[in-house]
Design a protein around this ligand. Structure first.
Ligand code: ATP
Ligand code: MG
Length: 269
């Protein structure tokens, strides 16, 4: 049964998409797991990056088609054995209208993705969901469909704002809609160049989220990770290898954390 993970933070441009894509990529191609990446952001950044990286020129599948049909099977791009993805296009901005006109019941509106993933979950080891940075039907659907959330922590900022808001909202969803997901970890990300981790932020994060929940691996700012937006993900030189190794460490730690939850009974492979 695929473990479903949403990468969360309610701030824009904090590295959510990069983490979702690179974690999926390493899990698939380095760890040889079967991975599905669901792009739930009408901007389609994750879809564009993966397509470019795999040399796919035209994306003729669409998540919104799957939502309208009530079946995501035909929306999955299966270019290779390990990494599949469901692409989003700008048309997906009409998701709220679609949900309101098709379901009267709020619970059905926010659990529609969960319903659609149910029949395909068994085909994957891991499913990642990339979301837009908004409190919206997109993030609600992602939360309700997920087993775990990987929270992005802006490690250079002087506040935990984006991460804390996310956790507060998560609690709201657990209390009001019986969302059944838990925080798998808090991943520090350095988005600005030349930055270093603000130690006081890490300490605050450990207080707020629990020491064991904050990743030891820090996603550094690497120009190579940024330039892959244009070139696609590469493996040509030592800068490429550096960037891959960073996310191999992220995935290693993620898998260790998931195993711990397994012992506690939440995670059953
Ligand atoms: N570790 C990194 N080093 C350098 N650049 C990065 C890194 N992570 C992300 N970036 C770049 O920062 C920008 C924002 O990253 P990304 O798109 O992943 O953020 P996001 O949180 O998904 O944004 P949005 O909220 O708009 O969806 C992108 O140009 C991306 O290439
Ligand atoms: Mg994004």
């Amino acid at each position: 049964m695929g473990i479903t993970i949403v990468v969360g933070n309610f701030k824009g441009g904090v590295g959510k998409t990069k983490v979702a894509v690179m974690s999926s990529w390493e899990l698939a191609f380095k760890f040889k797991k079967k991975v599905l990446l669901v792009d739930l952001d009408p901007q389609g950044n994750a879809s564009t990056l993966i397509a470019r990286s795999l040399g796919i020129e035209e994306l003729n599948k669409s998540i919104f088609d799957g939502f309208q049909k009530g079946d995501l099977t035909d929306s999955i791009v299966k270019d290779n054995e390990f990494l599949h993805f469901i692409p989003a296009q700008v048309s997906f901005k009409n998701l709220p209208k679609f949900l309101y006109s098709n379901f009267d019941n709020e619970y059905e509106q926010i659990t529609y993705l969960k319903t659609l993933l149910q029949p395909i979950k068994n085909d994957y080891d891991y499913i990642f969901i990339d979301v837009p940075p908004t409190l919206s039907d997109y993030s609600d659907n992602a939360m309700m469909a997920s087993d775990y959330v990987l929270i992005i922590l802006q490690a250079q900022e002087l506040s935990l704002e984006g991460a804390e808001t996310y956790v507060k909202y998560l609690q709201f969803m657990v209390d009001n809609y019986d969302a059944d997901l838990q925080v798998v970890g808090v991943l520090p990300v350095l988005l600005r160049p030349g930055g270093r981790v603000d130690i006081s932020i890490l300490e605050q994060a450990k207080d707020v989220f629990g020491k064991q929940n904050v990743f030891k691996t820090v996603v550094k700012h690497l120009e190579r990770l940024k330039s892959w937006d244009v070139t696609g993900i590469k493996s040509n030189d030592h800068h490429d290898r550096n960037a891959h190794n960073l996310f191999i460490d992220v995935v290693d730690e993620l898998l260790t954390k998931l195993k711990l939850f397994e012992k506690e009974g939440k995670y059953n492979e």
